[in-house]
Design a protein around this ligand. Structure first.
Ligand code: ZN
Length: 346
């Protein structure tokens, strides 16, 4: 089974697919406390209230994927900024492990916390992988991060493709379309074994207008339409050549009614993992039986779950020492030079 992982930045599931909240009890409240350093900010005086809930999904494609698949709650761990969020979601590690706390990525350890595509490649070095994103921190060699490893040797051979958007003439709206265009072409004609495609338009609208706005709801609809194009691209491959695809859709945070995110608000921390298999008539049943009993996920649980569903198992080195730790030979002040023990004289 191939993987199409879609990242939608800053999408509130209670607007995108309101019915999803009733499908799993874990959506009600966070499954773990946030670090008090990143507590929720005081309410802003005069902030708008969220509109009255409506049953109609702002993201009809996402609703259809969930309807024929499954959805699990994902609770993000503050700080709920995009850098820490995507670093955790895409590498299966906590902030403390990848050391990404802000969008500057200062001092990150992403080189030793490989992304989900690289984990698949390490498990099976013939795997072809692809990533496209509106935000260069995820894929760009010159951006902060990047979260998705470059793997230049595989890029040279066409085995690993990275695409970063460049057309910001209409902000993220035009950049997202550029990503969609590239991604649908590669997905439909090349069928990489594992792909990650990321859209930022909803987050941009959330910052500019707030989650209570019509603009935010419309932007969720726009990225959902991008999702539909990607799903169509891989569905055609199933129809034509019988390729099964696991489609997963995830977000990194919500938005406050007045806009913005980053701390410990429930509506900001609540994420989701939508899962859907494009395959035979029993695809949905098989998927649901494999995730039956799953509780709420944390961001670092998403990559391990996807790897499990794909049948990817990690490598292991019984090295007999603590791997990756830099340790100098202890000397008292100035170097004392080697001992004269002839057993170590070479
Ligand atoms: Zn974000």
């Amino acid at each position: 089974m191939k993987l199409l992982l879609i990242g939608l930045d800053g999408v509130r599931i209670d607007l995108a697919v309101p019915a999803a909240l009733t499908l799993h009890p874990g959506f009600a409240a966070p499954d773990h406390d946030g670090d008090p350093r990143f507590a929720a900010e005081a309410p802003v005086p005069g902030a708008p209230a969220m509109p009255e809930p409506v049953a109609a999904p702002a993201a009809p494609t996402l609703a259809r994927l969930i309807d024929g698949g499954a959805v699990l709650p994902v609770w993000m761990t503050p700080p709920t900024d995009s850098g820490p969020g995507w670093s955790s979601l895409l590498t299966g590690t906590r902030h403390e492990q990848n050391n990404v706390w802000w969008n500057e990525f200062a001092g990150h350890r992403l080189a030793r916390t490989p992304d989900v595509l690289s984990r698949i490649f390490f498990a099976e070095p013939s795997a072809r992988t692809y990533a496209a994103a509106t935000w260069d921190a995820l894929v760009g060699a010159a951006g902060p991060g990047p979260v998705i490893h470059q793997r230049v040797d595989q890029q040279r051979g066409g085995q690993h493709q990275l695409m970063a958007a460049s057309d910001f003439s209409r902000g993220c709206a035009s950049a997202d379309i550029q990503v969609r265009t590239h991604a649908t072409g590669v997905l439909n004609h090349e069928g990489p074994d594992a792909a990650f495609v990321y859209f930022e338009g909803a987050d941009e609208a959330g910052h500019a207008h707030g989650a209570a706005s019509r603009e935010y709801r419309a932007a969720i609809g726009a990225v959902d339409e991008h999702v539909r194009h990607l799903v169509k691209a891989v569905s055609e491959r199933y129809e034509a050549i019988g390729e099964e695809w696991l489609i997963a859709v995830v977000t990194d945070h919500g938005h406050k009614p007045e806009g913005g995110h980053g701390e410990d608000e429930v509506d900001v921390r609540r994420s989701f993992l939508a899962l859907h298999v494009v395959g035979g008539p029993d695809a949905a049943e098989r998927l649901r039986s494999r995730i039956a009993g799953e509780g709420s996920l944390r961001s670092e649980d998403v990559t391990p779950l996807l790897l499990r569903l794909l049948g990817v198992t990690g490598g292991r080195w019984d090295a007999g020492h603590e791997v990756g730790v830099r340790c100098d030979i202890e000397t008292a002040g100035e170097s004392a030079g080697p001992t004269r023990n002839l057993a170590y004289e070479w």
